[in-house]
Design a protein around this ligand. Structure first.
Ligand code: GLN
Length: 279
């Protein structure tokens, strides 16, 4: 992680597949999908200061999926907090606006952005080339990777290549979903609205593995003696904040904020708060 934050060289993000042979084709014909759509209320809105006017010029609306600790999650099931929220607060501050957070399914975020329901997406979202055709991304603000969670007693899966022939759980519409769904030979891909639901099915033995971003994976396995996190990252990614294409005003405020907080130590403070150590 050292010196990776906001790395200019990585601002044009390429998602590099480290495991050769894994994602050679798009053979999804043998995959089954199961979408669990309960729990996520796409219209749910967290309104700070009881401000319900989403078009109010004095507010800026962050869209997220608050199921992604430590980036965004509900503290004690209530307020949405996290690394991304703190960065978004700084963006709002820079713009002289109040931050409002809209919590929705991860795979609804880009649509919400492009229909002006939200002003930006801060959701541990990986800046992929495919998404770049739909939105504009800020500079990268976090380096991440995909990881695999399995049962603690599982000896059959030790690397990404071992997912072939297995039932794999993912979060719908995420990069983990994309890569697993494009992997030939996976027995089935179970797509869930949240990573937590995927991990529950892993615990219940309904899936053999869960592929998800590293930091949430660490949180989900913390203190869970029946689960283990494989030290076999296989896709490197960069998180960035998304705005509607052409929304240069908000994009500029985000990029300036990222530069400022990097320079004045705020980024390191927030980093230490959510990841334990300063970068
Ligand atoms: N980084 C992953 C993606 O962009 C997952 C993000 C998330 O689940 N919030 O697809």
């Amino acid at each position: 992680m050292k010196n990776n934050k906001l790395l200019k060289a990585l601002s044009i993000v390429s998602v590099s597949v480290l495991s050769l042979g894994m994602f050679a084709g798009c053979g999804t014909s043998n995959s089954t999908s199961e979408v669990t759509s309960n729990e996520v209320d796409t219209n749910q809105e967290e309104v700070k200061d009881n401000n319900t006017n989403v078009k109010d010029d004095n507010v800026i609306i962050m869209g997220t999926n608050a199921e992604f600790e430590p980036f965004e999650y509900r503290e004690n099931g209530m307020d949405i907090v996290g690394f991304d929220v703190e960065i978004a607060e700084k963006v709002a501050e820079k713009m002289g606006k109040e931050l409002v957070i809209e919590d929705m399914a991860f795979d609804s975020l880009i649509m919400a952005l492009n229909s002006d329901k939200i002003d930006f997406i801060a959701a541990g979202m990986t800046a992929t080339d495919e998404r770049r055709t739909q939105v504009d991304f800020s500079e990268s603000y976090f380096h991440s990777k995909q990881m695999i969670i399995v049962k603690a007693d599982d000896t059959s899966i030790t690397t990404a290549d071992d997912l072939v022939g297995k039932n794999v759980g993912v979060q719908l519409g995420t990069t983990g979903d994309l890569f697993v769904s494009a992997t030939e030979g996976i027995a089935s891909v179970a797509q869930f609205q949240t990573g937590t639901q995927a991990v529950m099915d892993l615990k219940n033995g309904k899936v053999d593995a869960v592929v998800i971003d590293a930091e949430p994976a660490k949180k989900m396995t913390e203190g869970q003696s029946d689960l283990k996190l494989l030290d076999a990252p296989f896709v490197e990614e960069e998180y960035a904040i998304a705005v509607k294409k052409g929304n240069d005003e908000v994009l500029q405020a985000i990029n300036e904020t990222l530069t400022d907080i990097q320079a004045n130590g705020t980024y390191d403070e927030i980093y230490a708060k959510y990841f334990g150590t300063a970068e």
